[in-house]
Design a protein around this ligand. Structure first.
Ligand SMILES: Cc1cc2nc3c(=O)[nH]c(=O)nc-3n(C[C@H](O)[C@H](O)[C@H](O)COP(=O)(O)OP(=O)(O)OC[C@H]3O[C@@H](n4cnc5c(N)ncnc54)[C@H](O)[C@@H]3O)c2cc1C
Ligand SMILES: *[C@@H]1O[C@H](CO)[C@@H](O)[C@H](O)[C@H]1NC(C)=O
Ligand SMILES: *[C@@H]1O[C@H](CO)[C@@H](O)[C@H](O)[C@H]1NC(C)=O
Ligand SMILES: *[C@@H]1O[C@H](CO)[C@@H](O)[C@H](O)[C@H]1NC(C)=O
Ligand SMILES: *[C@@H]1O[C@H](CO)[C@@H](O)[C@H](O)[C@H]1NC(C)=O
Ligand SMILES: *[C@@H]1O[C@H](CO)[C@@H](O)[C@H](O)[C@H]1NC(C)=O
Length: 489
């Protein structure tokens, strides 16, 4: 009896496998795309990689991109009335090796920029209660910068910068990863007496790689993805920061024009089979049409989450490997509300009045409402929101959190009565999974080595913010290190 059931189960598995097999004859010739390399995801990493593969390495390529445009976290909004623009996603770029040459190569102009809207008056309030903080004083900026400078020096002295930039290629094997990098951030800053940097790095990293729970518990290695020494130098003003003339989306629109015959927009992979030299992908567009992609190699440039990897026919080792990653979810947006003051409302927990060094929020949270001066009387505010539960903190949940924060602020008189007016969404972007990390135990056990050993297995390579430091210029240099090997393989 047991035996029979077991045989039945096996039969079922085999049958499902048989059904899952991709049959070329299901596709009209016009729906079959043959390329050297298929790139999944056209964000910062995928778009750049595809351009390099086609234009520098002269191999054919196709990008499969879920959205209707390239650029991922880049969001440039143009106010219809004033024509002014605001980048409310990726804001800036800084020199890192020769990464900025990519703009020159793409014939896209960049100019020096400065963080906008930071000189607005500030109102500190605890959004969970709506209460304005009367006794809160920020840590002196000079103290924060001094600690960050010390942090940069020590990461360079100890060689940690080389271990995390542009990716983790040079991170020692699990058992040799320096203990410092596996400390919770709170212990790391205490050990080196640089705690005054905490509130500054918290706001610089989107409130603590936002979504991943309490900031000081974050692994130092995970923190370094969001605040690598290369970026710290830009933060300190030692190196310049740039933005694209006309908005950061301009670069990706140029890439879309250049690559137009090689991009499948509004499309995701729904089925695949992967082997060295033989990749088959079925891509489905939001209008239901399906294309079969036959490629020699696959470059995965989307966050390696369970959902994103589900259609990729993972084997057991891959499934176990990718089940160890942790991630949260964040959103950035422009909203408007006529009752909000022309100021920056900063979400600050009441406990920060006693302890201004740890003004950390409990997830999920709305970081603040930053008044966007460029849009004048349109009364537009930039916001971001983060949660540590990826599935729960979806768009409706995040928008409800914004409305809830405003209602609480109004109830306590921190802002005027809302008079029933609801938050108006001007432009919204779900950043999706973010704050990738792996536990100290899994890193010790060799997760990162395994990740790098996976490059090229079953004809598949990986790039993007799961593997490198979470800044565009670093991901571009990570690509430069990766693509030579991909092409030669
Ligand atoms: C709010 C915010 C501000 C930031 N500011 C800066 C900054 O100022 N400077 C900077 O250098 N970095 C900044 N970053 C970090 C930067 O966004 C990342 O380093 C970079 O975008 C990561 O690139 P990526 O290609 O790995 O991922 P993404 O840019 O997220 O690209 C992934 C792409 O894949 C697509 N996609 C997702 N799932 C699928 C799927 N299943 N199938 C097909 N396509 C899919 C997405 O639509 C997206 O286009 C910021 C990030 C955020 C969230
Ligand atoms: C993608 O889908 C959106 C929404 O359906 C549509 O407006 C847009 O034109 C599509 N883009 C492309 C390039 O197909
Ligand atoms: C880039 O800048 C140059 C020099 O200022 C200018 O001539 C050119 O028109 C600009 N290109 C674009 C696309 O804006
Ligand atoms: C603010 O500080 C003053 C002086 O220390 C104290 O009297 C007052 O109760 C504090 N107010 C709040 C809301 O904590
Ligand atoms: C960092 O190192 C530089 C160069 O060695 C030195 O000039 C500077 O004083 C150091 N800064 C701190 C804060 O230790
Ligand atoms: C995350 O939220 C989902 C509901 O969206 C819930 O089912 C799940 O248990 C939550 N996970 C955790 C770890 O709390």
């Amino acid at each position: 009896m047991l035996r029979n059931q077991f045989a039945g189960l096996l039969g079922l598995v085999v049958l499902q496998g048989a059904f899952a097999k991709i049959d070329q004859s299901d596709f009209a010739p016009a729906d079959i795309i043959e390329r050297d390399v298929a790139v999944v995801g056209g964000g910062a990493a995928g778009s750049h990689a595809a351009v390099r593969i086609r234009e520098y390495y002269r191999r054919s390529v196709v990008i499969i991109e879920k959205e209707g445009n390239l650029g991922g976290h880049v969001n440039t909004y143009q106010d219809p009335k004033t024509g002014n623009i605001q980048d409310y996603g990726v804001a800036m770029y800084f020199p890192y090796q020769d990464a900025l040459d990519f703009f020159t190569w793409m014939n896209v102009n960049i100019s020096l920029t400065f963080p906008a809207n930071q000189d607005n008056p500030k109102i500190y309030a605890d959004f969970s209660t709506g209460q304005q903080l009367v006794n809160f004083t920020e840590i002196e900026r000079s103290q924060g910068l001094e600690a960050i400078a010390k942090f940069v020096n020590l990461t360079i002295e100890k060689g940690y910068d080389q271990m995390v930039q542009p990716g983790y290629t040079n991170l020692p094997p699990g058992k040799d990863i320096p203990e410092d990098l596996l400390l919770p951030l709170g212990e790391f800053v205490k050990k080196y007496d640089i705690e005054t940097m905490l509130p500054f790095i918290y706001s610089s990293t989107g409130s603590g790689v936002g979504s991943r729970g309490y900031f000081t518990k974050l692994l130092t290695l995970t923190f370094l993805k969001a605040f690598p020494p290369g970026w710290a130098r830009a933060y300190l003003g030692e190196i310049p920061i740039y933005a694209v003339d006309g908005g950061n989306q301009v670069l990706y629109n140029e890439i879309a024009t250049l690559m137009r015959r090689d991009v499948l927009f509004n499309s995701t992979v729904i089925e695949s089979s992967r082997a060295a030299g033989k990749i088959e992908l079925v891509a489905q567009s939001s209008d239901g049409t399906k294309k079969l992609i036959l490629a020699k190699k696959l470059l995965i440039a989307v966050p390696p989450t369970r959902e994103n990897l589900a259609p990729f026919d993972l084997d057991e080792a891959e499934r176990v490997h990718f089940s160890k990653t942790k991630y949260g979810r964040s959103h950035t947006a422009l909203i408007s509300h006529s009752k909000l003051p022309e100021a920056n409302l900063v979400n600050t927990p009441e406990s920060a009045s006693q302890s201004p060094i740890t003004p950390f929020l409990q997830t999920p949270f709305v970081i603040g409402f930053t008044y966007v001066k460029a849009f004048g009387d349109a009364k537009v505010f930039q916001i971001s929101a983060a949660g540590d539960n990826y599935t729960a903190f979806d768009v409706p949940a995040a928008q409800a959190a914004v409305q809830d924060a405003l209602e609480k602020l109004a109830e306590k008189g921190t802002i005027p009565d809302l008079e029933g007016e609801k938050v108006k969404i001007v432009s919204w972007d779900d950043n999706g999974p973010g704050g990738f990390g792996v536990s100290a135990e899994d890193l010790r056990a060799g997760w990162m080595e395994d990740m790098y050993k996976m490059q090229g297995k079953r004809g598949t390579w990986y790039t993007g913010n799961g593997l490198g430091a979470d800044f565009t210029v670093m991901l571009w240099k990570f690509n430069d290190g990766l693509l030579g090997g991909l092409i030669r393989a």
